[in-house]
Design a protein around this ligand. Structure first.
Ligand code: F0G
Length: 458
């Protein structure tokens, strides 16, 4: 069989600056050991996120040129609306400037103080928008997701009995059920169609809405096609349509599977919820036919969504992520398996077992990867988990992960080789790194973006 191969070639390049270790040590110290404070020119390979960092296609750039910038009734809005209707079956569309804006608008309608929003693991902005409204995000991900070594094809699945017991005990407090596909917080792990169907049945039994956080819906569909019984012969677009048919609505960060640099939307079945949300969209985002996007953004997004739901693109995308995973594994780096769709997650508790959790082993690894090779990664662990809103104690999630998120179509497999070699250099020196970091400044929620740290042994 022929190996996978990118179904595109490169037409434009952007130079990267290769710094020295001395430069990077000084820059990360000036950045107070928070990689969000680094300038992008100080980074060699940027695996901070797969969000908004993808390379658009020539067709998307062509769409940019033909975008319609009318305030109301933009042709590009209708192109986007038609594309989303074709892909999802949802009739009602509210464009937003990105995913968290979609959460803000939709949750302004759905979430009230004291309510519960159960689902698989919510993304941090999603949790932030729920907790900001003094409601509670309830994580019902299956237990297998918390063991980085255990094989399971759908680690993003919802634990049905846990969800059922929440509904049994407190149905009146449940605002709606949210499934994030793929599940970013659980490691870019997919959710099976069967699992969504079971959640749908529960939602129907208790009369609850089921919403999808669809940031990586196309990657999720790829995993269904390649791993779930009965879907091998179906097209990605058919799987996507079946998946969305089980939901009442979606929030979407288009910066991921929309392959655009900025953008998002809410798509809904219900006219009533659309009408209620419209008021908040106008208030927070913009008029209903642009909602925080330029016409050209919506035109590029419509094209991006069509490309992201092509099998050949998804195969090369997910194979590149797996290529990095295999390389890291060959160096003995402890990583989460099976590999996620958009990222490889290093298990920092296995990488630095001697660094106490209070000293943030995940962040320690993030800093070391940067110093060693200019790789920018992200801690998905205790710093990101914030403090408990009630007790104000640090929350220590089951996993302390470091995410290497791969932007779509932006890097080559040589970049993957370089990143894996960097991680192996850090692993060789890992016994010499005995202490981690302490916080010197933090915001009340979503502290990881603006926090400042210092080495504990300073
Ligand atoms: N939902 C999921 C599953 C996400 O991964 C993100 C963003 C959002 C919602 C929010 O969307 O950034 O457009 O406002 N995730 C990025 C990441 C930031 O790096 O994983 P946004």
């Amino acid at each position: 069989m022929l190996p996978f191969c990118e179904p595109y070639k490169i037409k434009m390049i952007e130079p990267l600056y290769r710094s020295t270790r001395e430069q990077r040590e000084s820059w990360i110290s000036e950045a107070r050991y928070n990689i969000f404070n680094l300038k992008s020119d100080q980074v060699f390979i940027d695996f901070l996120t797969d969000s908004g960092m993808g390379a658009m296609s020539d067709r998307q750039w062509a769409a940019i040129m033909s975008g319609d910038e009318s305030y109301a009734g933009s042709r590009s809005f209708y192109e986007l609306k038609d594309t989303i209707r074709e892909l999802t079956g949802f009739e009602y569309l509210l464009p937003t400037h990105q995913g968290r804006a979609a959460e803000n608008v939709l949750f302004s309608v759905l979430v009230k103080e004291g309510q519960l929003v159960p689902g698989n693991a919510h993304f941090d902005t999603t949790k932030g928008h729920i907790e900001f409204r003094k409601a509670f995000a309830v994580d019902c991900t299956i237990d297998e997701a918390n063991d980085t070594t255990k094989p399971h094809p759908f680690k993003g699945n919802v634990n049905i009995s846990k969800l059922e017991s929440i509904l049994e005990q407190s149905a009146d407090r449940v605002s709606f059920i949210l499934i994030t596909a793929t599940c970013n917080t659980a490691g870019g792990q997919p959710v099976s169609m069967d699992n969504v169907r079971r959640v749908r049945n529960l939602a129907d039994r208790y009369g609850k809405l089921l919403i999808i956080d669809a940031a990586r819906f196309a990657e999720n569909a790829y995993f269904i096609k390649t791993r779930e019984e009965g879907y091998q012969d179906q097209s990605i677009k058919a799987i996507v349509l079946e998946m969305f048919s089980l939901f009442d609505g979606a929030t979407m960060s288009a910066k991921k599977d929309g392959i655009v640099n900025i953008g998002g939307f809410i798509a809904l079945k219900s006219k009533e919820i659309y009408q209620e949300a419209s008021m908040f969209n106008i208030l927070f985002e913009g008029f209903l036919t642009y909602g925080g996007q330029a016409g050209r953004d919506m035109a590029a997004l419509a094209q991006g969504l069509r490309e992201a739901t092509e099998f050949d693109y998804l195969e090369s995308r997910i194979s590149q992520v797996a290529f990095l995973g295999e390389k890291l594994k060959s160096y003995g780096i402890p990583i989460q398996e099976p590999f996620g769709g958009h990222a490889i997650f290093i298990d920092a508790l296995r990488f630095f077992p001697h660094i106490p959790r209070e000293e943030f082993p995940g962040q320690t690894l993030v800093v070391e990867l940067y110093k060693a090779g200019g790789i920018r990664s992200a801690e998905i662990g205790s710093l990101m988990a914030d403090r408990d809103p009630v007790t104000r104690e640090n929350r220590y999630p089951a996993l302390e992960l470091v995410r290497l998120a791969i932007p779509r179509r932006a890097y080559t497999n040589n970049h993957m080789e370089y990143a894996a070699a960097t991680a192996s250099i850090v692993l060789e020196a890992s016994q010499k790194i005995r202490r981690g970091y302490r916080l010197t400044r933090e915001a009340p929620i979503m502290r990881h973006f603006t926090m400042e740290l210092e080495p504990v042994d300073l």
